[in-house]
Design a binder for this molecule. Sequence first.
Ligand code: ZN
Length: 349
Amino acid sequence: MSELTGKVQTVLGLVDPDQLGRTMTHEHLTMSFEFTCFPPPQGDEAAAENPFQMQHMHWLRQNPYSCMENLKLKDETSAVREELLVYRKAGGGTIVENTTTGLDRDVKTLKQLAKDTGVHVIAGAGFYEGSTHTEATKRMSVEQLTDIIVSEILHGADGTDIRCGVIGEIASGWPITESENKVLKATAHAQAQLGCPVIIHPGRNRAAPAEIVRILQEAGGDISKTVMSHLDRTIFDEGELLEFAKLGSYLEYDLFGTEMLNYTFNTEVDMPSDSQRVKILAFLVKEGYEDNIVIAHDIHTKHRLTKYGGHGYSHILKNIVPKMLTRGISQHQVDKILIDNPKRWLTFK
Ligand SMILES: [Zn+2]
Protein backbone atom coordinates (compact mmCIF):
# COMPACT_ATOMS: atom_id res chain seq x y z
CA MET A 1 0.00 0.00 0.00
CA SER A 2 1.20 3.50 -0.82
CA GLU A 3 -0.52 6.87 -1.01
CA LEU A 4 -1.08 6.07 -4.69
CA THR A 5 -3.06 2.88 -4.04
CA GLY A 6 -6.65 3.20 -5.24
CA LYS A 7 -6.00 6.62 -6.82
CA VAL A 8 -5.31 8.05 -10.26
CA GLN A 9 -2.40 10.49 -10.62
CA THR A 10 -3.07 13.55 -12.80
CA VAL A 11 -0.72 16.46 -13.46
CA LEU A 12 -2.61 18.35 -10.75
CA GLY A 13 -2.28 15.57 -8.18
CA LEU A 14 -4.13 12.46 -7.02
CA VAL A 15 -7.81 12.10 -7.79
CA ASP A 16 -10.50 9.60 -6.98
CA PRO A 17 -11.03 7.26 -9.98
CA ASP A 18 -14.75 8.08 -10.05
CA GLN A 19 -13.91 11.66 -11.03
CA LEU A 20 -12.38 10.77 -14.40
CA GLY A 21 -15.51 10.39 -16.51
CA ARG A 22 -15.15 9.76 -20.24
CA THR A 23 -11.49 9.20 -21.02
CA MET A 24 -9.42 9.23 -24.20
CA THR A 25 -6.58 6.84 -23.39
CA HIS A 26 -4.01 7.91 -26.01
CA GLU A 27 -3.62 11.58 -26.99
CA HIS A 28 -0.98 14.27 -27.29
CA LEU A 29 -1.61 17.90 -26.36
CA THR A 30 1.93 19.13 -26.95
CA MET A 31 4.77 17.29 -28.68
CA SER A 32 7.08 17.44 -31.63
CA PHE A 33 7.46 14.81 -34.30
CA GLU A 34 9.92 16.56 -36.59
CA PHE A 35 12.34 13.63 -36.62
CA THR A 36 9.85 11.60 -38.69
CA CYS A 37 9.63 14.04 -41.62
CA PHE A 38 9.46 12.25 -45.02
CA PRO A 39 10.15 14.07 -48.30
CA PRO A 40 6.91 15.00 -50.13
CA PRO A 41 5.96 13.05 -53.27
CA GLN A 42 7.64 14.55 -56.34
CA GLY A 43 5.84 17.63 -57.60
CA ASP A 44 4.07 18.26 -54.27
CA GLU A 45 6.74 20.54 -52.81
CA ALA A 46 4.51 23.65 -53.02
CA ALA A 47 1.83 22.03 -50.85
CA ALA A 48 4.42 20.95 -48.29
CA GLU A 49 5.79 24.49 -48.13
CA ASN A 50 2.43 26.10 -47.61
CA PRO A 51 0.19 23.44 -46.09
CA PHE A 52 -2.50 25.20 -44.07
CA GLN A 53 -4.54 26.50 -46.97
CA MET A 54 -7.91 25.18 -48.00
CA GLN A 55 -6.64 23.91 -51.37
CA HIS A 56 -3.89 21.90 -49.65
CA MET A 57 -5.88 20.34 -46.82
CA HIS A 58 -6.68 17.13 -48.65
CA TRP A 59 -3.04 16.79 -49.63
CA LEU A 60 -2.07 17.30 -46.00
CA ARG A 61 -4.47 14.62 -44.78
CA GLN A 62 -2.90 12.17 -47.23
CA ASN A 63 0.70 13.26 -46.53
CA PRO A 64 0.75 14.51 -42.94
CA TYR A 65 4.35 13.45 -42.32
CA SER A 66 5.77 15.24 -45.38
CA CYS A 67 5.40 18.71 -43.96
CA MET A 68 7.73 19.89 -41.20
CA GLU A 69 5.33 22.58 -40.01
CA ASN A 70 2.59 20.00 -39.44
CA LEU A 71 4.77 18.03 -37.03
CA LYS A 72 5.05 20.81 -34.43
CA LEU A 73 1.94 20.28 -32.30
CA LYS A 74 3.86 22.04 -29.50
CA ASP A 75 3.23 25.40 -31.25
CA GLU A 76 -0.55 25.08 -30.92
CA THR A 77 -1.18 25.30 -27.18
CA SER A 78 -3.88 27.95 -27.42
CA ALA A 79 -5.77 26.01 -30.11
CA VAL A 80 -5.46 22.88 -27.97
CA ARG A 81 -6.81 24.79 -24.95
CA GLU A 82 -9.90 25.79 -26.96
CA GLU A 83 -10.35 22.19 -28.09
CA LEU A 84 -10.19 20.89 -24.53
CA LEU A 85 -12.98 23.26 -23.54
CA VAL A 86 -15.06 21.86 -26.41
CA TYR A 87 -14.13 18.32 -25.28
CA ARG A 88 -15.40 19.07 -21.82
CA LYS A 89 -18.62 20.52 -23.14
CA ALA A 90 -19.09 17.40 -25.26
CA GLY A 91 -18.97 15.29 -22.09
CA GLY A 92 -15.25 14.50 -21.95
CA GLY A 93 -13.56 14.27 -18.55
CA THR A 94 -10.00 12.99 -18.92
CA ILE A 95 -7.15 12.80 -21.43
CA VAL A 96 -4.19 10.42 -21.09
CA GLU A 97 -1.40 12.52 -22.60
CA ASN A 98 1.19 9.82 -23.22
CA THR A 99 4.02 11.91 -24.65
CA THR A 100 7.29 10.44 -23.39
CA THR A 101 10.97 11.40 -23.52
CA GLY A 102 11.95 11.66 -27.18
CA LEU A 103 8.76 13.45 -28.24
CA ASP A 104 9.53 16.72 -26.45
CA ARG A 105 7.32 16.06 -23.40
CA ASP A 106 6.27 19.29 -21.66
CA VAL A 107 4.57 18.57 -18.34
CA LYS A 108 4.43 22.27 -17.38
CA THR A 109 2.19 22.99 -20.37
CA LEU A 110 0.07 19.95 -19.50
CA LYS A 111 -0.43 21.25 -15.98
CA GLN A 112 -1.43 24.68 -17.26
CA LEU A 113 -3.88 23.16 -19.76
CA ALA A 114 -5.47 21.04 -17.01
CA LYS A 115 -5.83 24.12 -14.80
CA ASP A 116 -7.28 26.27 -17.58
CA THR A 117 -9.82 23.75 -18.84
CA GLY A 118 -10.87 21.51 -15.97
CA VAL A 119 -10.02 18.41 -18.01
CA HIS A 120 -8.05 15.81 -16.03
CA VAL A 121 -4.71 15.27 -17.78
CA ILE A 122 -2.48 12.28 -17.03
CA ALA A 123 1.17 12.51 -18.13
CA GLY A 124 3.39 9.66 -19.36
CA ALA A 125 6.70 8.45 -17.90
CA GLY A 126 9.51 6.71 -19.79
CA PHE A 127 10.95 6.68 -23.29
CA TYR A 128 9.72 6.71 -26.88
CA GLU A 129 11.16 4.63 -29.76
CA GLY A 130 14.85 3.68 -29.94
CA SER A 131 15.57 6.14 -32.75
CA THR A 132 14.94 8.92 -30.20
CA HIS A 133 17.11 7.44 -27.42
CA THR A 134 20.20 9.54 -26.69
CA GLU A 135 23.62 7.91 -26.46
CA ALA A 136 23.39 8.31 -22.68
CA THR A 137 20.01 6.51 -22.63
CA LYS A 138 21.37 3.70 -24.77
CA ARG A 139 24.25 3.18 -22.34
CA MET A 140 22.01 2.95 -19.25
CA SER A 141 21.35 -0.31 -17.45
CA VAL A 142 17.84 -1.63 -16.88
CA GLU A 143 18.19 -0.56 -13.21
CA GLN A 144 19.10 3.02 -14.16
CA LEU A 145 16.20 3.24 -16.61
CA THR A 146 13.85 1.83 -13.96
CA ASP A 147 14.99 4.47 -11.46
CA ILE A 148 14.22 7.27 -13.92
CA ILE A 149 10.73 5.94 -14.68
CA VAL A 150 9.93 5.40 -10.99
CA SER A 151 11.15 8.89 -10.16
CA GLU A 152 8.97 10.48 -12.88
CA ILE A 153 5.96 8.92 -11.16
CA LEU A 154 6.93 9.43 -7.51
CA HIS A 155 8.73 12.79 -7.71
CA GLY A 156 8.16 14.51 -11.05
CA ALA A 157 9.31 14.65 -14.67
CA ASP A 158 11.80 16.85 -16.53
CA GLY A 159 13.16 18.61 -13.46
CA THR A 160 9.70 19.63 -12.16
CA ASP A 161 7.54 18.29 -9.34
CA ILE A 162 4.79 17.42 -11.83
CA ARG A 163 4.24 13.67 -11.62
CA CYS A 164 3.36 11.21 -14.34
CA GLY A 165 0.40 8.88 -13.80
CA VAL A 166 1.15 6.21 -16.39
CA ILE A 167 4.25 4.63 -17.94
CA GLY A 168 4.23 5.22 -21.71
CA GLU A 169 3.72 5.41 -24.47
CA ILE A 170 6.72 3.13 -24.36
CA ALA A 171 7.59 2.64 -28.01
CA SER A 172 9.59 0.15 -29.99
CA GLY A 173 10.16 -0.37 -33.69
CA TRP A 174 10.48 -3.72 -35.41
CA PRO A 175 12.62 -5.64 -34.84
CA ILE A 176 12.98 -4.48 -31.22
CA THR A 177 16.42 -2.96 -30.59
CA GLU A 178 18.62 -3.73 -27.59
CA SER A 179 17.95 -0.33 -26.11
CA GLU A 180 14.17 -0.67 -26.60
CA ASN A 181 14.34 -4.08 -24.96
CA LYS A 182 16.01 -2.57 -21.88
CA VAL A 183 13.34 0.14 -21.69
CA LEU A 184 10.60 -2.50 -21.86
CA LYS A 185 12.21 -4.46 -19.02
CA ALA A 186 12.59 -1.26 -16.99
CA THR A 187 8.91 -0.53 -17.62
CA ALA A 188 7.93 -3.93 -16.22
CA HIS A 189 10.23 -3.49 -13.19
CA ALA A 190 8.80 -0.03 -12.43
CA GLN A 191 5.25 -1.34 -12.84
CA ALA A 192 5.97 -4.24 -10.46
CA GLN A 193 7.20 -1.72 -7.88
CA LEU A 194 4.43 0.84 -8.25
CA GLY A 195 1.33 -1.10 -9.40
CA CYS A 196 0.82 1.54 -12.07
CA PRO A 197 -0.75 1.54 -15.55
CA VAL A 198 1.43 1.00 -18.64
CA ILE A 199 0.76 1.90 -22.29
CA ILE A 200 2.73 0.47 -25.21
CA HIS A 201 3.30 1.60 -28.81
CA PRO A 202 4.27 -1.57 -30.71
CA GLY A 203 6.35 -1.72 -33.88
CA ARG A 204 4.48 -1.88 -37.18
CA ASN A 205 4.48 -5.65 -37.48
CA ARG A 206 1.68 -8.06 -36.55
CA ALA A 207 4.06 -10.07 -34.36
CA ALA A 208 5.14 -7.02 -32.32
CA PRO A 209 2.31 -6.80 -29.73
CA ALA A 210 2.62 -10.42 -28.55
CA GLU A 211 6.42 -10.23 -28.47
CA ILE A 212 6.25 -7.12 -26.27
CA VAL A 213 3.75 -8.81 -23.92
CA ARG A 214 6.20 -11.71 -23.61
CA ILE A 215 9.11 -9.39 -22.72
CA LEU A 216 7.02 -7.48 -20.16
CA GLN A 217 5.64 -10.64 -18.59
CA GLU A 218 9.07 -12.25 -18.25
CA ALA A 219 10.31 -9.11 -16.51
CA GLY A 220 7.44 -9.16 -13.99
CA GLY A 221 5.02 -6.74 -15.68
CA ASP A 222 1.26 -6.86 -15.11
CA ILE A 223 -0.40 -7.39 -18.50
CA SER A 224 -3.87 -6.84 -17.01
CA LYS A 225 -2.77 -3.22 -16.32
CA THR A 226 -1.22 -2.70 -19.75
CA VAL A 227 -2.72 -1.06 -22.85
CA MET A 228 -1.56 -2.22 -26.29
CA SER A 229 -1.95 0.81 -28.56
CA HIS A 230 -2.40 1.16 -32.32
CA LEU A 231 -4.01 -2.22 -33.00
CA ASP A 232 -5.78 -0.46 -35.93
CA ARG A 233 -2.57 -0.49 -37.98
CA THR A 234 -0.96 -3.61 -36.53
CA ILE A 235 -3.25 -6.68 -36.45
CA PHE A 236 -5.73 -7.13 -39.29
CA ASP A 237 -6.75 -10.78 -39.20
CA GLU A 238 -9.67 -11.51 -36.84
CA GLY A 239 -8.22 -14.86 -35.75
CA GLU A 240 -4.87 -13.28 -34.94
CA LEU A 241 -6.61 -10.49 -33.07
CA LEU A 242 -8.47 -13.00 -30.86
CA GLU A 243 -5.20 -14.88 -30.24
CA PHE A 244 -3.63 -11.63 -29.06
CA ALA A 245 -6.69 -10.66 -27.01
CA LYS A 246 -6.34 -13.87 -24.99
CA LEU A 247 -3.07 -12.54 -23.54
CA GLY A 248 -5.16 -10.21 -21.40
CA SER A 249 -4.00 -6.65 -22.13
CA TYR A 250 -6.31 -3.75 -22.90
CA LEU A 251 -6.94 -3.55 -26.64
CA GLU A 252 -6.65 -0.01 -27.94
CA TYR A 253 -8.05 1.38 -31.20
CA ASP A 254 -6.60 4.85 -31.10
CA LEU A 255 -6.33 6.23 -34.59
CA PHE A 256 -9.97 7.32 -34.88
CA GLY A 257 -10.15 10.21 -37.33
CA THR A 258 -7.16 8.98 -39.34
CA GLU A 259 -8.20 7.95 -42.81
CA MET A 260 -5.34 7.82 -45.33
CA LEU A 261 -4.56 5.68 -48.35
CA ASN A 262 -0.78 5.53 -48.25
CA TYR A 263 0.38 5.06 -44.67
CA THR A 264 3.83 6.63 -44.87
CA PHE A 265 5.31 4.55 -42.04
CA ASN A 266 4.39 1.23 -43.67
CA THR A 267 2.90 1.25 -47.16
CA GLU A 268 1.99 -2.44 -46.74
CA VAL A 269 -0.68 -1.34 -44.28
CA ASP A 270 -4.24 -0.55 -45.37
CA MET A 271 -5.25 2.00 -42.75
CA PRO A 272 -8.84 1.20 -41.74
CA SER A 273 -11.58 3.82 -41.96
CA ASP A 274 -13.53 4.86 -38.87
CA SER A 275 -16.44 2.67 -40.02
CA GLN A 276 -14.09 -0.31 -40.18
CA ARG A 277 -12.75 0.52 -36.71
CA VAL A 278 -16.28 0.53 -35.29
CA LYS A 279 -16.87 -2.83 -36.98
CA ILE A 280 -13.80 -4.29 -35.25
CA LEU A 281 -14.98 -2.93 -31.88
CA ALA A 282 -18.38 -4.57 -32.42
CA PHE A 283 -16.59 -7.82 -33.28
CA LEU A 284 -14.49 -7.69 -30.10
CA VAL A 285 -17.58 -6.91 -28.02
CA LYS A 286 -19.39 -9.89 -29.57
CA GLU A 287 -16.40 -12.09 -28.72
CA GLY A 288 -16.61 -11.05 -25.06
CA TYR A 289 -13.89 -8.40 -24.81
CA GLU A 290 -16.02 -5.40 -23.78
CA ASP A 291 -14.01 -5.08 -20.55
CA ASN A 292 -10.72 -4.78 -22.47
CA ILE A 293 -11.40 -2.17 -25.16
CA VAL A 294 -10.19 1.44 -24.92
CA ILE A 295 -10.23 4.09 -27.67
CA ALA A 296 -8.69 7.42 -28.66
CA HIS A 297 -7.54 9.60 -31.59
CA ASP A 298 -3.76 9.81 -30.94
CA ILE A 299 -3.67 13.40 -32.21
CA HIS A 300 0.02 14.18 -32.81
CA THR A 301 0.05 16.60 -35.73
CA LYS A 302 -1.49 20.03 -36.32
CA HIS A 303 -3.77 19.11 -39.21
CA ARG A 304 -6.03 16.98 -37.01
CA LEU A 305 -6.98 19.99 -34.86
CA THR A 306 -10.32 21.63 -35.66
CA LYS A 307 -8.40 24.89 -36.16
CA TYR A 308 -7.08 23.37 -39.39
CA GLY A 309 -10.26 21.59 -40.46
CA GLY A 310 -9.41 18.41 -38.58
CA HIS A 311 -11.63 16.19 -36.43
CA GLY A 312 -10.29 17.36 -33.05
CA TYR A 313 -10.38 15.68 -29.62
CA SER A 314 -14.21 15.45 -29.52
CA HIS A 315 -14.64 13.39 -32.69
CA ILE A 316 -15.18 10.11 -30.81
CA LEU A 317 -17.76 11.62 -28.46
CA LYS A 318 -19.61 13.46 -31.21
CA ASN A 319 -19.40 11.09 -34.18
CA ILE A 320 -18.06 7.67 -33.22
CA VAL A 321 -20.28 6.97 -30.21
CA PRO A 322 -23.52 7.48 -32.22
CA LYS A 323 -22.10 5.14 -34.88
CA MET A 324 -21.21 2.52 -32.25
CA LEU A 325 -24.79 2.62 -30.95
CA THR A 326 -26.16 1.85 -34.41
CA ARG A 327 -23.72 -1.02 -34.93
CA GLY A 328 -24.70 -3.36 -32.14
CA ILE A 329 -22.76 -1.83 -29.24
CA SER A 330 -25.06 -0.89 -26.35
CA GLN A 331 -24.90 2.30 -24.29
CA HIS A 332 -23.79 0.19 -21.33
CA GLN A 333 -20.90 -1.21 -23.40
CA VAL A 334 -19.98 2.26 -24.71
CA ASP A 335 -19.78 3.43 -21.09
CA LYS A 336 -17.46 0.54 -20.28
CA ILE A 337 -15.18 1.49 -23.18
CA LEU A 338 -15.11 5.21 -22.39
CA ILE A 339 -15.41 5.25 -18.57
CA ASP A 340 -15.06 1.94 -16.68
CA ASN A 341 -12.14 0.37 -18.58
CA PRO A 342 -9.93 3.50 -18.52
CA LYS A 343 -10.77 4.01 -14.83
CA ARG A 344 -9.81 0.45 -13.87
CA TRP A 345 -6.61 0.66 -15.95
CA LEU A 346 -5.50 4.03 -14.55
CA THR A 347 -6.06 3.22 -10.86
CA PHE A 348 -2.85 2.35 -8.98
CA LYS A 349 -2.85 -1.04 -7.27
ZN1 ZN B 1 0.87 8.41 -29.53
